[in-house]
Design a protein around this ligand. Structure first.
Ligand SMILES: [Zn+2]
Length: 1206
């Protein structure tokens, strides 16, 4: 201390008390402090020696200081003051005083009385008593005078050694919203509050419109009441009167109902709120209240009785608790102190730098010392000190980066699951809430950019929140609100068929173009559980060459080796792919997110740019004011990557222009090593998806044919059902959302989804019936029995005619037929590619199917001249042989069609996961409740039936059939299923030696290993296949086909089809009940391609359709389309979206080879153009339509779409 006068003359002990050097105590000449009583008269040395806090004494270099104190009370208070000094180095007066009330009182008294003598130690107890009376008279006189000097002195004098952890915790506690809020900065954020003037309420079970809600009767209610039950809606009318003396302040309305809510003002949805997860409870009423603004305000709050993540009972993903109530804990007005807020944000980013920049980096310590210094100068009760603290922050944050620093493209985002732990109807409101909040933030932050996917959600907001939608359109035009993705919803990436993927893009891109004037340039699927290898080609067909996801960071076993790379698909199409290295689509834009982005980036060095997505997601919410304030501060700060508010286009363009030549390529599917249970969970949804995919195919083909057939006519024209079909497609595409089709949703969503499928089936069957009838009855009124083939190859199969219809169809007796037990009539049918034919006697004799019983073995043998199958007493296949070659399909001594049950208890994600260890719990089902018995014995179909118990509650009933002329054994299966965390599969150990299995995927197939050589191999213990999978060796193989299953597992020579799971969360009733499905096994010589496995799997899913044909002898058989190369499949025939006189043909090469084909049609097509998947003409390739045919060249797995003009 250089100036003894400071102490001698000061009447403010503050100066004394802030000194951390104990020596200073000794040198002080202040009469109070030099009072001999204080130091010299201690009668009790124990006071010193008994201290339980060694810190206190260890830091003192002068034992005299403590030994000489004579008054225990005084000593205590001094002790505490000093203790706090040491603990909180450089603590300001107010901090110390708040920490130690006696100290405060001593000071206050001293200041008030200006009488240091009153602090005479002998009368300290009296002083304390006096203080009570004087508290109200406290004054800052003296403090103000000393302040400037004090701060100056604090900075120069109080240099102490520091402990990193203590310092860090100290600064954290200074902004903590949990600890010390009575004395810290956070506690000053809302200096004034006022209750609402009135609060009225009504409850509805439905989600009603605003205008309906406000016209209903509201009744008084109160803060503190509970509102429920789950999924109900509570509308509140809130009146507010802002106190006049709040003028000049930022006034907020605060609402915390522990649930989601939307605030409406003057009929407009102004902001979403959430009171639980991702707390967002403030609505800014005015940034600065002035006289001219209304002080009396009426708001409506639409409170949803669900949290951001629904209402799970216990854990987040537990099935919802139907009886949840939510407490309205806060509804009030408050003033927010913007100066406090700004300082808090400064503190937060600097503290996070101190915490998260590695300790080896001096920048971490610079941040720590800066934050500490800010606390030192910041006196929470003295706002004038804030400026200095902010100045310190500003100096620190304005220290810039070097040129080489990584650049982060920050984009606001709000991942809203279109249905998950809440139903579709709630998602509509989630979109409204989240996007209203987003638009409001855009008004405050003009630099703020926001990426938003899923056309369906835009369509919902357009319908339900039209004024909000207009604001969104305006922000889209300004480039602030950025539509991305190009798809109708963020769909599952494994299960949809190729055509389904195409329609996701077609409906999505058309919507974005129509509503916002442009197609999306990026495919955006951050949260889907794996990505089909055909997506790069399909994206390209929809005009998209960029892809963003992050989900592969969830892989359990292997870390994906790239964050920025080229993704090459099945056909060789490539897109630029980016995984934001923060491994999240919903960061908080915190310092640590920026650091992780660089640290985690697997391709740093190759690229210097990354995306950071920030904003609360899954349940919605989106970016917050805090996130934007953080980013504002972190634009260019030494020690952190640079951050720019950016857009996907800016980011990808930068990489494309400057860095793309450095990138590696990943070939094939993006397999997620987690959530493999989603190929199986919610079997009815999977079945609905598969059935509707085929139904759409049929309707579009038949409607196109009917439309073309009648379009030239003056009367009785058939109108192509554009709008009904589009409506059905939209429902269907919605159900492909990445928590619906995978089955990872609550029961309410499952119910909705199944209802949508039902609606599609009902409307679809009607449309199909109408179209078929119009096409086939167009020429004649008389009719004959026939069959329709909607697939693009000739077929000879059994046609199943339902009981009742058969008698009406008057089938000629020369046609071989067989009536089944249930009245269904089987007939032999021969039907050309995408056409129809009358039922006629086959040209060559049929080889009747036979069934015989081996009494000795208790087994049954089915045989049809091509294959022979031996079935044991419980339906297991002991032998399956190709008669011509004698080749056996079942491994020697093994049993095919063996049902196996696995324990299926995942680590957490119940409906999603099946863990590798489930394979260790394999239990074959070995009981039989009804042994194999013959139910059909030919001549067209032989069948046996068996019933197998799974448990007391569950069983399997199966009919195994062999048809004449067929190469496959079919298993028509019913399961009554009531299990808990069991996984039912059926397995076939095959007489095949191979290291790879082949699985059908969208528009193609791919191979995966059957071994466990590497972690990448064994991590794929459960995989997705579509209609078939195949194990083949040279010249022989066996295909396993199905009509609605997706989960597969091939280990060595054993292939398993996953049938049913039984998770209990988030749907406690998932998959309980009755199931029907069919699978088939097909042994073949040669390759599966040449053997027609691909076609057989289509046929299994799409049987011939019975139909009445015109009795015109010239048209007993007709093919509308033929494809000469069997490797090429004409997948889709439909009317063109936009061109009035054109139809669309979509074909793909299915075998994985180069080839050419002729595509012919009997329709009056005049010319054809190549087009993309959005049906835009590709003029670079000229095609010749001659003689009703066009020649096309295909590369492996290529998709070609044609516009055919009529
Ligand atoms: Zn999601």
């Amino acid at each position: 201390m250089s100036d003894p006068l400071l102490y001698n003359n000061s009447s403010d002990p503050l100066l004394f008390n802030n000194i951390s050097d104990p020596l200073l105590f000794n040198n002080i000449s202040d009469p109070l402090l030099s009072d001999p009583l204080l130091y010299n008269s201690s009668s009790d040395p124990l006071l010193y020696n008994n201290s339980s806090d060694p810190l206190l004494f260890n830091n003192s270099s002068d034992p005299l200081l403590f030994n000489n104190i004579s008054d225990p009370l005084r000593f205590e208070s001094m002790l505490q003051c000093y203790y706090w000094h040491l603990r909180h180095t450089n603590m300001s007066y107010h901090q110390a005083s708040e920490a130690c009330p006696i100290y405060d009182d001593v000071l206050a008294f001293s200041c008030a009385s200006n009488d240091a003598k009153r602090l005479d130690l002998a009368s300290f107890e009296e002083v304390e008593q006096d203080l009570d009376g004087l508290k109200l008279k406290r004054t800052r006189t003296g403090l103000e005078e000393a302040k400037a000097t004090r701060i100056q002195n604090l900075l120069s004098m109080s240099v102490v050694a520091k402990n990193r952890r203590a310092t860090l915790e100290r600064v954290e506690k200074f902004i903590s919203n949990i600890y010390f809020t009575d004395v810290n900065l956070r506690g000053r954020l809302y200096p004034k509050k006022a209750p609402v003037t009135s609060l009225h309420h009504h409850c509805t079970a439905e989600r009603i419109r605003y205008d309906q809600a406000v016209s209903r009767e509201f009744k008084p209610t109160q803060v503190g009441h509970n509102f429920g039950k789950t999924w109900s809606t509570h509308w509140f009318k809130v009146t507010l009167d802002i106190p006049e003396h709040w003028e000049g302040s930022e006034v907020r309305f605060i609402w915390d109902s522990g649930s989601e809510a939307m605030v409406w003002q003057d009929g407009e949805p102004i902001q979403g709120l959430s009171g639980d997860t991702y707390s967002r409870t403030d609505v800014i009423l005015t940034k600065r209240l002035d006289k001219t603004q209304p002080h009396h305000i009426t708001l409506y709050v639409e409170m949803a009785a669900n949290g951001m993540f629904g209402a799970g009972q216990g854990t987040m993903i537990s099935a919802p608790d139907p009886n949840r109530t939510f407490t309205l804990s806060r509804a009030e007005l408050a003033v927010l102190d913007r100066d406090v807020y700004n300082l808090l944000m400064d503190f937060e980013v600097i503290i996070d730098m101190a915490k998260h920049i590695s300790e080896e980096n001096q920048r971490s310590y610079q941040a720590l010392y800066t934050a500490n210094q800010m606390v030192n100068v910041c006196d929470v009760r003295d706002k004038s000190t804030y400026a200095q603290a902010r100045e310190i922050a500003r100096n620190f944050l304005s220290q810039r980066n070097g040129d080489s620093q990584h650049v982060i493209h920050a984009m606001g985002h709000c991942h809203i699951d279109s249905a998950w732990l809440w139903p579709y109807a709630e998602t509509i409101r989630k979109c409204g809430r989240s996007w209203a909040s987003t638009i409001r933030l855009m008004e405050e932050y003009p630099q703020f950019t926001f990426t938003c996917s899923q056309a369906q959600q835009f369509a919902w907001v357009k319908q339900h929140y039209p004024t909000l939608y207009q604001k969104i359109q305006a922000r889209v035009a300004e480039g602030q609100f950025i539509p991305v993705g190009g798809t109708w919803v963020e769909m599952d990436g494994n299960i949809p068929s190729g055509e389904s993927f195409v329609r996701q893009f077609l409906f999505g891109q058309k919507f974005f173009k129509k509503e916002f004037g442009a197609y999306c340039k990026e495919f955006w699927l951050p949260d889907t559980f794996g990505y089909s290898a055909q997506l790069p080609q399909i994206m390209a067909g929809a005009g998209i060459y960029r892809f963003l996801t992050q989900k592969l960071s969830w892989s359990l076993v292997n870390k994906f080796p790239h964050h920025m790379f080229y993704w090459e698909g099945l056909d060789g199409s490539r897109c630029l792919a980016h995984f934001p290295p923060a491994d999240s689509y919903g960061t908080e834009a915190k310092t640590q997110d920026l650091l992780k982005t660089v640290k985690n980036h697997k391709d740093k060095g190759r690229v210097n740019n990354s995306v950071l997505l920030y904003g609360h997601g899954d349940g919605g919410g989106g970016p917050t004011e805090d996130m934007l304030e953080r980013l504002k501060r972190l634009t260019d700060v030494d020690g952190l990557p640079r951050v720019a508010m950016s857009s996907p286009d800016k980011f990808f363009s930068k990489v494309e222009q400057e860095e793309s030549s450095n990138l590696c390529t990943w070939v094939g599917e993006l397999y997620l090593e987690l959530h493999q249970g989603t190929f199986t969970t919610q079997a009815q949804i999977k079945k609905g998806n598969r059935q509707c995919e085929f139904l759409f195919h049929n309707i579009e083909l038949m409607a196109t044919l009917a439309w073309v057939a009648t379009r030239g006519k003056d009367t009785n024209r058939y109108e192509y059902p554009c709008e009904p079909l589009a409506h059905m497609w939209r429902l269907f595409l919605l159900n492909q959302f990445h928590d619906v089709l995978p089955g990872s949703c609550i029961k309410a969503v499952v119910d909705d989804a199944l209802q949508y499928y039902q609606e599609i089936q009902t409307s679809g069957c009607k449309l199909l019936g109408e179209a078929t009838e119009r096409l086939l009855s167009a020429k004649s009124s008389a009719s004959v029995a026939g069959a329709v083939n909607t697939l693009s190859w000739d077929r000879e199969e059994l046609l199943e005619i339902p009981a009742g219809l058969a008698s009406k169809m008057m089938i000629d007796s020369s046609v071989p037929q067989q009536e089944l037990d249930d009245g269904t009539v089987l007939v032999c049918a021969s039907c050309p590619s995408m056409g129809y034919a009358a039922l006629e006697a086959p040209e060559s004799d049929l080889w009747p199917v036979s069934v015989s019983v081996d009494e000795h073995q208790g087994s049954v043998v089915l045989e049809n001249g091509y294959i022979s199958a031996s079935i044991d007493y419980m339906g297991r296949v002991t032998s399956l042989g190709l008669l011509e070659t004698g080749r056996e399909a079942i491994a020697p001594g093994c049993l095919g069609n063996q049902f196996v049950l696995f324990d299926d208890v995942p680590l957490y994600w119940d409906a999603w996961d099946v863990m590798d260890y489930h394979l260790e719990t394999r239990k074959p089902l070995t009981d039989v409740s009804q042994q194999v018995h013959i139910t059909e014995s030919g001549p067209l179909r032989a069948a046996v039936q068996v019933q197998i118990p799974i448990s007391d509650a569950s069983y399997i009933k199966q009919t195994i059939t062999l048809d004449t002329g067929s190469m496959e054994l079919r298993f028509h299966t019913q399961v009554e299923w009531h299990e808990n965390r069991k996984f039912l599969k059926v397995e076939f150990p095959l007489h095949v030696r191979t290291t790879e299995a082949t699985y059908e995927t969208a528009f193609g197939h791919l191979r995966r290993p059957t071994h466990q050589n590497t972690s990448w191999d064994w991590a794929r213990y459960e995989v997705c296949g579509h209609k078939w999978a195949d194990l083949s060796e040279y010249n022989f193989g066996v295909a396993l086909m199905n009509d609605c299953k997706y989960g597969h597992c091939a280990q060595g020579n054993v292939i398993r089809l996953s049938l049913l799971k039984s998770p209990k969360a988030p749907d406690s009733e998932a998959d309980m009940g009755h199931h029907t499905f069919t699978y088939a096994i097909m042994p073949h010589m040669g390759t599966f391609q040449d053997a027609g496995v691909i076609q057989a799997a289509y046929s299994l899913n799409q049987p011939l359709l019975p139909a009445q044909l015109p009795a015109d002898p010239d048209s007993r058989s007709h093919s509308f389309f033929t494809v000469s190369n069997p490797a090429v499949i004409l997948e889709t025939v439909k009317k063109a979206e936009d061109q009035e006189n054109a139809i669309v043909l979509r074909l793909y090469e299915s075998c994985g080879g180069h080839g050419t084909t002729a595509v012919s049609s009997t329709l009056p097509i005049t010319r054809v153009d190549r087009c993309n998947l959005l049906e835009e003409v590709d003029s670079s390739t000229a095609l010749q339509w001659e003689g009703g045919s066009v020649q096309l060249s295909f590369t492996p797995f290529q998709i070609i779409t044609l516009l055919a003009y009529l």
